[in-house]
Design a protein around this ligand. Structure first.
Ligand code: ATP
Length: 348
C-alpha cells in the first residue's frame, strides 16, 4: 500500500484547531482510496518562538526534507513582532524549498452566500510568484530616528524566476480553460514590472493555444468584484498575489474558505499546504474557526502527491457539506470547526 509521510505544522491560533480537523479528513479519505498516511506533528511557530527564541529549530528545514509534504496552519501571535512569522518561518520554507508557485484557487461553494450580486459560477486560480519580487526583504532603514530617516525595500525580478512561474501558469491553463491573465503595474514600475511583462510575453509565445492578456493591478481588483467570471489563471507577483488572494477569499464569502499550496513543481523538495488566512487569534480557542480552506488545502496536497481521485472526493464532500448548510459562524451558520470536518468525512 502506498504511504505518504506528512509533516504536520499547526502553528498558532486557529491553526491548532483547523489542522487536526483537516488531518482527520485526510486519514478518512486515505482509508477510502487505498493508501495510508503517517505523520509527525511539530509545535513550531510564534508560540515556539516565545519559548525558544526561534520559529523552528536550527535543523528544522533538514527535518522537513524527510517528508513528502508539509500540512501547515498559520503562524503568528499578537504578542510576537508581526514582521517575524513570514521572515522566520513561511518565507524561509518557501524560498529554501524552492516553492516558487503559490497556488491559490478561488471558486463558488454551493449553499454559501457571497457578497457579490453575480450568480455566475466563479472558478479561477491565482498563481502567485512565491520566492522573489517585492518580498525578497532586501533593503534597509537609514537613520530611522532622525529627520533624514528613510526606509528602502528593493524588488527583485529575475528572468529565471519569471520564466518558471510563467511556464507553470501556461501549463496549468492548458488543463483548465486556456486563458492566462497576468497582473502588472508596468505603467509606473517601469523597470521591474516592464521586465515581468516582457519575459511573460516571451513565454506566452510558446503557448499559442492559450489566450494571454495583461491587466493592471488596479483594474484587476475592480474586475475581481465586478466580473470575476472572466478569469481562469491569474498570474501575479508576490505582493499583488498576497493582496488579491484575500480579495479572492472575500469573493468566495469568507477568508476561511481559501485553500492553497506552496509548490515546488519539480518535487526536489516537499511542498507546503496551508489556508490563505492567518492565525486569527481573535477567534482562537473557541472551536468556531472555518476549516473549509484547511480541508481544501488537504485536497490540493493530495493532488500534488498524485492522489487525484481522493482530492476530487474531498472537494465533492466539501460541496455536499456546504449545500447541506454545515456552515461556521463567519458564513452565517452555527456549525463548529469539528462539525464541519465530521460532515465532510460523512460525505466522502
Ligand atoms: P495574516 O497577516 O497572516 O494574513 P491576519 O491576522 O492579518 O493574518 P487573519 O488571521 O487571516 O489575518 O484574520 C483576518 C480576519 O479573518 C480575522 O477577523 C479572523 O477572525 C478572520 N478569519 C481568518 N481565518 C478565519 C477562519 N478560518 N474562520 C473564520 N474567520 C477567519
Amino acid at each position: 500500500m502506498k504511504n505518504y509521510n506528512i509533516a504536520v505544522v499547526p502553528g498558532d491560533g486557529i491553526g491548532n484547531e483547523i489542522v487536526p480537523e483537516g488531518y482527520k479528513v485526510l486519514e478518512a479519505v486515505a482509508k477510502k482510496h487505498g493508501f495510508s498516511m503517517t505523520s509527525k506533528t511539530f509545535d513550531w511557530g510564534a508560540g515556539y518562538y516565545l519559548k525558544n527564541g526561534r520559529f523552528l529549530p536550527e535543523d528544522g528545514l533538514e527535518t522537513l526534507k524527510n517528508y513528502d509534504a508539509v500540512y501547515f496552519g498559520s503562524v503568528g501571535l499578537p504578542e510576537v513582532d508581526d514582521t517575524l512569522p513570514a521572515k522566520d518561518y513561511t518565507f524561509k520554507v518557501r524560498t529554501n524549498f524552492d516553492q516558487y508557485v503559490n497556488y491559490r484557487p478561488v471558486r463558488t461553494y454551493p449553499g454559501v452566500q457571497r457578497p457579490l450580486r453575480t450568480e455566475k459560477h466563479i472558478d479561477f486560480v491565482i498563481v502567485r510568484e512565491n520566492t522573489e519580487g517585492e518580498f525578497v526583504q532586501v533593503g534597509s532603514q537609514y537613520l530611522p530616528d532622525s529627520e533624514n530617516g528613510m526606509g528602502i525595500d528593493t524588488s527583485i525580478f529575475t528572468r529565471k524566476g519569471i520564466e518558471r512561474i510563467a511556464h507553470y501558469a501556461f501549463k496549468l491553463a492548458r488543463k483548465r480553460r486556456n486563458k492566462v491573465t497576468h497582473i502588472t503595474k508596468s505603467n509606473t514600475l517601469i523597470n521591474s514590472l516592464s521586465y515581468w511583462d516582457r519575459v511573460i510575453t516571451e513565454v506566452a509565445s510558446q503557448y499559442p493555444d492559450v489566450a494571454h492578456d495583461q491587466m493592471y493591478i488596479d483594474n484587476s481588483t475592480a474586475s475581481f468584484v465586478l466580473k470575476p467570471e472572466i478569469f481562469d489563471v491569474v498570474l501575479t507577483t508576490n505582493l499583488f498575489g498576497d493582496i488579491l488572494s484575500d480579495l479572492g477569499g472575500a469573493v468566495m464569502g469568507s477568508l476561511g474558505l481559501g485553500g492553497s499550496g506552496n509548490i515546488n513543481p519539480e518535487k526536489d523538495f516537499p511542498s507546503m499546504f496551508e489556508p490563505i488566512h492567518g492565525s486569527a487569534p481573535d477567534i482562537a480557542g473557541q472551536n468556531i474557526a472555518n476549516p473549509y480552506g484547511q480541508i481544501w488545502s488537504a485536497a490540493i496536497m493530495l493532488e500534488h502527491l498524485g492522489e487525484v481521485d481522493a482530492a476530487n472526493n474531498i472537494m465533492e464532500a466539501i460541496d455536499k457539506s456546504t449545500l447541506e448548510g454545515v456552515l461556521t459562524k463567519d458564513l452565517g451558520g452555527n456549525a463548529s470547526t469539528s462539525d464541519v470536518a465530521n460532515a465532510v468525512i460523512k460525505n466522502l
